[in-house]
Design a protein around this ligand. Structure first.
Ligand code: PLP
Length: 391
């Protein structure tokens, strides 16, 4: 006797970050490991945020469930932040606080699609998006988001992959895995196309805080009818270095929020109360800290580009931004997985193979450069530049 497991879950590939971590265990290089696999800020959260959360735990103000959709003050503060950052109109009632952006994605999909429906991803995609769709029995359709010139999807590719069972288009900007930042006009064009096709537009903006805030990432919240089409997914994980606090959000019109409330009630009851307190503290107090970290990441991006130009010019940076660079590797007779495993085992540098992000990505590697400071990036580029795969 054994479990009769859900075959839709069984077919899904193993969690990629955990799988790749094992490759470093075989590091035979005698060099210290440089981990460029997972997008995790390398610094601690702001000390005043940590003190505040500790105080909340001690005084009992963060130990109970919150409202299903989150602390009213946090919903209010996030709505105000989004309205101002995007020069649009977001109300507290449009906001659902979730246990991270991944949960926001899962809830949005569950609210929109049933088994047998399909959802369109831009390829290369964020692997957890594909994994969730596959385990829900929702077909993944793809439009390309990479070619010789850029890493942008094209709205004109969308209609031809849609049919009457298409429920949504998913975009991520700044993108994981490519780092590409989608211009506002591109997001506008996708919004219009989605409206015409009567499908939802999910935009994951987990990395938005690493963009220059001088101009809004897009203008969609300024549209009168955004709440009929747009679902914005967001995370507090990266902006406040709180990946373990599990707090994110979903912003959408009233029908989506009503559906999402039912889903959150069943899967988590509410997002972690401590994480919500931390997020609220961040929104209210940490604009200066956030700016400093954005500038650090911008420096790391420049350091990464300079290091590759100097020491690993045999790799081509196809696209880079926020936390990520997407590189085309020079080993044309080796698939990306073999290259990434070789780099981990012989150079002690952990990258992720493009093949973890979708079909036809064997020529690429993803680097999460946010994880290391500029000096480590130079060392990583030297090791990559010198690497010779075994035949
Ligand atoms: C595009 C994207 N969305 C969502 C997430 C997960 O965010 P969270 O920690 O809020 O679940 C990540 C994490 O790497 C990501 O890259």
């Amino acid at each position: 006797m054994t479990y009769h497991l859900n075959s839709s879950v069984g077919k899904v590939s193993a969690p990629p970050i955990a799988e790749s971590a094992a490759w470093l265990e075989g590091n035979s290089s005698n060099l210290p490991a440089i981990n460029l696999s997972q997008a995790v800020p390398s610094y601690l959260p702001a000390p005043e945020l940590a003190d505040y959360v500790a105080k909340c735990i001690k005084d009992g103000s963060a130990n109970l469930y919150t409202d299903i959709l989150g602390l009213p003050d946090l919903r209010e503060a996030l709505a105000a932040h989004m309205s101002s950052a995007y020069r649009g109109t977001v109300n507290a009632s449009d906001v659902a606080i979730t246990a991270g952006c991944n949960q926001a994605f899962c809830a949005a999909v569950l609210a929109l699609a049933r088994p047998g429906d399909n959802i369109v991803l831009a390829a290369p995609w964020y692997f957890n998006n594909q994994m969730w769709l596959e385990m829900q029995g929702i077909e993944v359709r793809a439009i390309p988001a990479i070619d010789e010139t850029d890493a942008l999807p094209r709205p004109q590719d969308l209609a031809s992959v849609c049919d009457e069972r298409t429920r949504a288009m998913v975009l991520i900007s700044p993108n994981n895995p490519t780092g590409a930042v989608y211009p506002p006009e591109l997001l506008d064009a996708f919004f219009d196309t989605c409206q015409t096709l009567q499908i939802a537009l999910l935009v994951d903006e987990t990395y938005k805080d690493f963009l220059d805030p001088a101009s809004p990432p897009h203008n969609l919240f300024g549209r009168e009818n955004w709440g009929e089409t747009l679902v914005q997914l967001y995370s507090f994980s990266k902006v406040y270095a709180l990946t373990g606090a599990r707090v994110g959000s979903l912003i959408a019109g009233p029908q989506m929020i009503e559906a999402v409330e039912k889903i959150i009630d069943c899967v988590a009851i509410c997002a972690p109360h401590t994480g919500q307190k931390a997020a609220l503290f961040g929104l209210q107090n940490l604009d200066g800290w956030k700016r400093e970290k954005r500038l650090i990441m911008a420096d790391r991006l420049q350091a990464m580009k300079a290091a590759f130009a100097a020491h690993a010019a045999n790799y081509r940076i196809v696209s880079a931004g926020a936390f990520f660079a997407y590189l085309s590797h020079p080993y044309v007779n080796h698939d990306a997985r073999a290259v990434a495993m070789g780099l981990a085992q012989h150079c002690g540098v952990l990258t992720l193979p493009g093949s973890m992000f979708g079909p036809e990505q064997d020529g690429y590697l993803r680097l999460a450069f946010a994880n290391v400071d500029a000096s480590a990036m130079e060392e990583a580029a030297r090791r990559l530049g010198d690497y010779q795969p075994r035949a």
